[in-house]
Ligand binder design. Structure first.
Ligand code: MF3
Ligand code: CO
Length: 253
């Protein structure tokens, strides 16, 4: 598949997304310095709101499609879109994804990291580590005239080699002028298939890697949070990348 014209950004637009991404990365660095056992995910939400606005940005999740908070915080068997809450307190052994998205000067960026709280079981810590490697294997495949399927297959293979599964229903997305744009970036696709990558495309790589089944369900009370069907942990890392003339540039980490 050949990308539509609106999937290809101008240099000026990429410059704007890069500036937005700098704030996004700085906010995640701030979370990384302050996250610890005993704080609530509501406190992470406050940190993200305060740091983002201090740097001149707007948290993109806030009021997006009715989403109530500034960040997603997904703990253990929560796959993604965990909603911060005062009574959700981080305890030793938890793994948590903090997913930050920023609007700056009209441009969107999106990235997330995992954090291990206190003493995490070895098997769970390995999941976090392999999920990061999966993202990195995907990034390595980003170059013009290759296919998004090359990214998907590299991610999927690394997960399978480690005995894990990959979430199918939720994936990456174009980003920059809006929060979620085309293309959908799947991590279960095959080499040489899906959208052709061309210079100027900007999208996220954000595979969700599950320790057990790839099946998920959405919390029917809040309508947002995805959980693993079997209650086993899930881990996710996310970057915003641009396709350049000879490879890629990470715009938000
Ligand atoms: N940041 C998420 C992503 O990676 C999207 C969250 S939508 C929200 O695509 F409304 F839940 F914030
Ligand atoms: Co995203």
């Amino acid at each position: 598949m050949v990308p539509d014209r609106d999937m290809i950004k101008t240099k000026e637009q990429i410059d704007g997304i890069r500036e937005s991404g700098k704030i996004n990365t700085a906010v995640l660095n701030y979370v990384e310095e302050n996250i610890r056992e005993g704080i609530s995910t509501e406190e992470i939400d406050r940190m993200v709101y305060e740091k983002t606005t201090e740097l001149g940005g707007i948290p993109a999740p806030l009021h997006y499609d009715g989403y109530p908070k500034s960040v997603c915080t997904s703990i253990n068997s929560q796959v993604c879109h965990g909603i911060p809450a005062e009574d959700s307190v981080l305890k030793s052994g938890d793994i948590v994804n903090v997913d930050v998205s920023t609007i700056y000067n009209g441009y969107f960026s999106d990235s997330s990291r995992m954090f291990c709280i206190g003493e995490v079981e070895e098997a769970t810590a390995k999941l976090v580590c392999v999920a990061k490697e999966c993202m990195e294997k995907g990034i390595e495949q980003v170059k013009p005239w290759s296919f998004l399927g090359d990214v998907g297959e590299a991610v999927h293979n690394h997960a399978l080699r480690n005995g894990y599964s990959v979430v199918r229903e939720i994936g990456g997305h174009g980003v920059g002028i809006e929060f979620h744009e085309d293309p959908f970036v799947s991590y279960v696709t095959k080499r040489g298939t899906d959208t052709l990558m061309v210079p100027g495309m900007v999208f996220t790589i954000e595979p969700m890697i599950n320790m057990g089944t790839d099946e998920i369900y959405i919390d029917d009370e809040n309508g947002w949070t995805a959980f693993t069907d079997d209650g086993k942990p899930s881990a996710q890392w996310e970057v915003t990348v641009a396709v350049t003339e000879d490879g890629y540039e990470i715009l938000a980490y």
